[in-house]
Design a protein around this ligand. Structure first.
Ligand SMILES: [Zn+2]
Length: 110
């Protein structure tokens, strides 16, 4: 039995669609999609999703002034900045050589 899967990179006329070249985020090399010479890196960073932990000193704060402080802070934060503090997604390309160096230490060289 043969199951035919339409190839996502082919258009209805059967011609292979050519994706535009992209660049390695690290070394800037031009990369041609579809030739196995790149990795797509997708990073999702989410601010601490765990329930808050309160200490004795947190509980002894004047709640009213703390709320006013937070409202002032939010009021002065642009919407994009506020969103970036909570959630950020990055998608980029790396060449094979840069990928192999990066994946061993994705968080840096510390
Ligand atoms: Zn590279």
């Amino acid at each position: 039995m043969t199951i035919e899967h339409p190839h996502p990179q082919e258009d209805p006329s059967g011609e292979r669609l050519v994706h535009s070249p992209c660049h390695c985020r690290r070394c800037g090399r031009v990369l041609q999609p579809g030739r196995g010479e790149l990795y797509v890196i997708s990073i999702l960073a989410v601010a601490d999703p765990y329930p808050p932990v309160y200490t004795e000193s947190d509980l002894s704060l004047d709640v009213g002034s703390e709320i006013r402080r937070l409202i002032r802070r939010l009021g002065s934060t642009e919407a994009d900045e506020a969103r970036d503090e909570v959630y950020r997604r990055e998608v980029f390309h790396l060449c094979v050589a840069c990928y192999q160096r990066w994946i061993d230490r994705p968080a840096g060289s510390e």
